[in-house]
Design a protein around this ligand. Structure first.
Ligand code: ADP
Ligand code: MG
Length: 255
């Protein structure tokens, strides 16, 4: 944990569901400016860890620090205000929304619920919101899906929804963006584009922590990589170190 400049730190994070210890004493740090990967077998606790870090689940024990601010136990919108925003493995419900509306849900309080009425009340459409909208539009242009902005969000492919989710996360200009399986179920062409966008955004200074099951994708994109197994950090290292580590191979083969 002796990283020079960490945007995110966890210390002794724990979460159980009944007798199952899903996240077990996890301490890690994400260096500012990095693309840090997180891998691990199914059920290793990756998504639960994201939920703890981003305030969607309450922890049993441990601490979460964002930009040196202790956000342990804080609700998602306060964690977001401290600079940490996350996307979801399965895009949230967008039924009945246009792409534009889907983009506007959640830039601020990430409650998982629509804040659209609040968002669109004239008095509350302050400078910040107008800037967010402009930034959202610019990102959709950049991701080459701006022409879809007035279409029903349900008309989009899974991959396009992943792009909307990424754009929505970036819109608020977070200090660190957590992506949960950004290319799961996405076709190879679009996955390559998503990789390119993530890399470009990182070159512009965006820090990422990314869970991904697609090994070639994450090995090519992230450094360092944290390996989670049975709720614990098994190891952290370069893609090369992770690839050649017996414990990692055992964790995947052992199931
Ligand atoms: P991963 O994302 O690494 O595949 P998860 O964090 O989703 O793993 O799950 C870790 C473990 O915690 C699994 O055994 C899963 O079944 C369990 N789990 C996750 N969320 C819940 C929940 N809300 N209630 C009960 N058990 C859960
Ligand atoms: Mg998961």
């Amino acid at each position: 944990l002796d990283k020079d400049d960490s945007v995110l730190r966890t210390a002794g994070l724990e979460k159980s569901f009944g007798s199952l210890v899903a996240v077990d004493d996890v301490s890690l740090a994400v260096e500012r400016g990095s693309i840090t990967g997180m891998i691990g077998p199914n059920g290793a606790g990756k998504s639960t860890l994201f939920n703890l870090i981003s305030g969607f689940y309450d922890r049993d024990a441990g601490q979460v620090t964002v930009n040196v601010v202790d956000v342990s136990g804080n609700p998602p919108h306060e964690v977001a205000r401290a600079g940490l925003v996350r996307t979801f493995q399965i895009p949230r419900r967008v039924d009945g929304m246009t792409v534009r509306e889907a983009m506007l849900v959640g830039p601020r309080p990430q409650t998982g619920e629509s804040i659209l009425p609040l968002f669109l009340t004239p008095e509350t459409v302050a400078t910040e919101e107008r800037e967010n909208l402009a930034r959202a539009n610019a990102l959709l242009e950049r991701f080459e899906i701006a022409h879809l902005i007035d279409q029903p969000a349900t008309d989009l492919s899974g991959g396009q929804l992943k792009l909307v989710e990424l754009a929505r996360g970036i819109t608020t200009d977070p200090d660190i963006l957590l992506l949960d399986e950004p290319v799961a179920g996405v076709n190879p062409t679009l996955a390559a584009e998503i990789k390119r966008f993530i890399r470009e955004l990182n070159e512009e200074g965006q820090t990422f922590l990314i869970i991904e099951h697609d090994m070639p994708f994450i090995m090519d994109l992230a450094d360092p990589i944290v390996v989670l197994d049975q709720g614990r950090v098994l190891m952290e290292g370069t893609p090369e170190e992770v690839r050649s580590d017996e414990r990692v191979i055992d964790a995947y083969l052992g199931g």
